[in-house]
Write a protein that binds this ligand. Structure first.
Ligand SMILES: Cc1cc2nc3c(=O)[nH]c(=O)nc-3n(C[C@H](O)[C@H](O)[C@H](O)COP(=O)(O)O)c2cc1C
Length: 183
C-alpha cells in the first residue's frame, strides 16, 4: 500500500533538496560576482559539485578564474539571498548593491562574504565534466567558519519561492558504529 501519487519528474527538486543554499562568489579580470546556489553536492570530504547555469555571469567568472568561494548564509540573510539570486553580476557589483563585506581569501583571488557563517575557498578540480555540462567539481583548499552558533540556522530551498530553515537538532550518536563518527 502506498500514499503516493505520480508527480512530474522535473519537480524532483522539491523533495530532494540538496542542502543549504549557498552564495558562490567569484572574481576574474577585475570583475566580481555573487550568485545564489541551491544545487550542490559533496563528492568527497573536500570535493564539492555545483550546478552553475551558463546563462549566469558567475559561470563565465568561475570558468575563467577556475576558482570560487562557497559562502554559507544563515536565515538572517534570507531576503538578501533571494535578491542576489534574482539579479546578475553582469549588470552590477553585488557586494556593493547589497552592502556585503568582501573578505580577502587566503588561497584564492575570489573574495569571501564577511556576513556569512562559513567560507570555503575552492579551486576547480575537474574540467572534463564542465566541458559538456555546467557541473563544476571544486576542491576546497581553505575553509573558515564561525565558532558560534554551533548549529547555524541555514536556509534550504524547496522550489517555487518556498524555503525551509534548519533548526530542529537531534543527536543519534548512540545508533552509529564508532568508525562512522570519525568525520
Ligand atoms: C534560492 C535560489 C537558488 C538558486 N540556485 C541556483 C543553482 O543551483 N544554480 C544556478 O545556476 N542558478 C541558481 N539560482 C539562480 C542564480 O542565483 C541567479 O540566476 C543569479 O542571479 C545569477 O547571478 P550571476 O548572473 O551574477 O551569476 C538560484 C536562485 C535562487 C533564488
Amino acid at each position: 500500500m502506498s500514499r503516493t501519487h505520480a508527480i512530474p519528474p522535473d519537480q524532483t527538486r522539491r523533495w530532494l533538496e540538496p542542502g543549504p543554499v549557498v552564495l558562490l562568489s567569484t572574481a576574474h579580470n577585475g570583475e566580481r560576482g555573487i550568485m545564489t546556489l541551491g544545487w550542490h553536492m559533496m563528492l568527497g570530504y573536500d570535493l564539492v559539485g555545483t550546478y552553475i547555469d551558463p546563462g549566469n555571469r558567475s559561470h563565465a567568472l568561475a570558468r575563467g578564474s577556475r576558482e570560487c568561494v562557497i559562502n554559507l548564509p544563515t536565515a538572517d540573510l534570507l531576503d538578501t539571498v533571494v535578491r542576489i539570486g534574482n539579479c546578475s553580476s553582469a549588470d552590477e557589483d553585488k557586494f556593493e548593491r547589497f552592502g556585503l563585506t568582501a573578505v580577502e581569501s587566503s588561497e584564492v583571488d575570489a573574495p569571501g562574504i564577511g556576513e556569512c557563517h562559513a567560507r570555503f575557498e575552492c579551486r576547480l578540480h575537474e574540467t572534463r565534466i564542465t566541458a559538456d555540462y555546467p557541473l563544476f567539481v571544486w576542491r576546497v583548499v581553505a575553509a573558515h567558519a564561525a565558532k558560534r552558533p554551533k548549529w547555524p540556522r541555514t536556509v534550504h530551498y524547496r522550489g517555487a519561492g518556498q524555503f525551509m530553515i534548519s533548526g530542529d537538532e537531534r543527536s543519534r550518536r548512540a545508533l552509529f558504529k564508532p568508525e562512522m563518527l570519525e568525520s
